[in-house]
Ligand binder design. Structure first.
Ligand SMILES: Nc1nc2c(ncn2[C@@H]2O[C@H](COP(=O)(O)OP(=O)(O)O)[C@@H](O)[C@H]2O)c(=O)[nH]1
Ligand SMILES: [Mg+2]
Length: 404
């Protein structure tokens, strides 16, 4: 075996995590588009890599001969997985290897692999044979039938986990439930959003800046990509035969961090921004009416009476703009006076709760934390905006995953 026959290591992309529209062919020996690029993230998988590459190659040679690549992205494993993999390129020229010496983490490894991929379809599979390779053919079929995303799922017909004990099942389902609460519009789209085994169309994630932390690359893809149609294939998550799982408690914390990051991203991108803008018009209405009613040069009413009326009118103003604009997709499905009136009532009650919370919060930040009163008020308003948005999404307009 001479070194010349080995594929050189694939250069590591620098900078932001973004998939280019066309393959990045600089410094690459191969220079054409291909159909499929399957990324295999590895860390200490020396005992599995050879078997996996063999099985995958045999399978894909039957489905799309010569039109695919396997990209191992290894985080400089102490057991030299990357070196072993590179040696395998002599026998499997469609195999490419990337070695990351500084960056770490499963999800970012996958994105780095995709950034250098030549395929129109991108995919990911674990290296430890826990994801049965034969399912790949079914996933491929789903993509051929037009799906943007095809996910191998443990939670539909034909799916399952092999020998997991109760504790592990509860932990896994608990993580999914938490995700559903924080990101319903993302996790609600799939039966197994935690899957690390899927294919997707490059066109559905190109030029979207990604920023995953931890393990769950699929939720990143669904949250940031444009996935119009997805399909699922059941599979049984196999027991690991060789090597060890790298999942430790840190990954659960990273998962929570990842969920929160995506939550803020989606809010900032969509409804939340509209909700905040509408809120600002409410401030103007409140101030204007308050002035008209309470100023000695105008009506000169009492402070409390003026404030209550001003706040109520501001709330009605906000409701109408939110109904017509922020949540228009939802309100269009529930037309008529009576549903609208119900939404208005709920909105009112939730915002009233928000107002009470605002006062409590203001007092706390001002008296207990001792911050400047205007800063304290600003913090209270920001906190209550989250409250108002969250509860109005849930109860007034009942945003579900479909109504996102
Ligand atoms: N590149 C890279 N791969 C990783 C990392 N952590 C895990 N992997 C790989 O990701 C896949 C799934 O990891 P594993 O520990 O088996 O997770 P589990 O199946 O949920 O227990 C395996 O192929 C691992 O080798 C990492 O930090 N970097
Ligand atoms: Mg595993």
């Amino acid at each position: 075996m001479t070194y010349d026959l080995l594929n050189p290591l694939v250069p590591l992309p620098q900078g932001i995590f973004q998939i280019p529209a066309a393959p990045n062919l600089e410094n690459r020996s191969d220079s054409d588009w291909i159909q499929l690029s399957l990324v295999i993230p590895t860390y200490n998988e020396a005992k599995n890599i050879q078997e996996l590459i063999k099985v995958l190659s045999d399978l894909l040679d039957g489905v799309i001969p010569g039109d695919y690549e396997l990209i191992v992205v290894d985080d400089d494993s102490p057991d030299y997985t990357w070196k072993l993999a590179q040696e395998l390129t002599v026998e499997y020229p469609q195999l490419q290897v990337m070695r990351r010496e500084k960056e770490k983490g499963l999800a970012t490894a996958v994105v780095r692999g995709w950034q250098m991929a030549r395929g129109e379809i991108l995919g990911v599979i674990d290296a430890d044979l826990q994801h049965p390779p034969k399912v790949l053919a079914q996933l491929w079929q789903k993509i051929q039938q037009g799906a943007d995303l095809a996910v191998a799922s443990r939670h539909i017909n034909g799916g399952g986990v092999s020998e997991w004990n109760l504790g592990r099942r509860i932990l896994s389902r608990g993580a999914q439930m938490l995700g559903l609460m924080v990101l319903p519009e993302v996790l609600g789209k799939l039966s197994d959003p935690m899957s690390g085994y899927f294919l997707l169309r490059r066109s559905s994630i190109i030029e979207r800046a990604m920023n995953p932390i931890g393990y769950k690359i699929l939720i990143e893809v669904v949250a940031r990509g444009r996935i119009h149609s997805s399909a699922e294939v059941g599979y049984v998550f196999q027991e690991r035969q060789e090597g060890e799982s790298k999942v430790i408690w840190k990954q659960y914390l990273e998962y929570i961090g990842h969920l929160l990051r995506l939550r803020l991203f989606l809010w900032a991108k969509g409804r939340f921004i509209r909700f905040v803008l509408v809120g600002l018009t409410g401030v103007l209405v409140d101030m204007g009416i308050f002035y008209l009613l309470s100023d000695p040069s105008t009506l000169g009413w009492s402070l409390t009476r003026s404030k209550i009326i001003a706040a109520e009118l501001a709330m009605i103003n906000n409701f109408f703009w939110n109904d017509l604009w922020t949540f228009r997709d939802i309100s269009r499905q529930q037309t008529g006076m009576s549903p609208r009136f119900k939404r208005l009532l709920k909105f009112n009650v939730i915002c009233l709760g928000g107002l009470i919370l605002n006062v409590l919060f203001l007092n706390f930040v001002f008296h207990v934390l001792g911050l400047n009163r205007y800063l304290a008020n600003l913090i209270a308003i920001a906190a209550v905006t989250f409250w108002n948005f969250w509860f109005n999404c849930k109860f007034s307009w009942r945003v579900t995953d479909k109504g996102k």
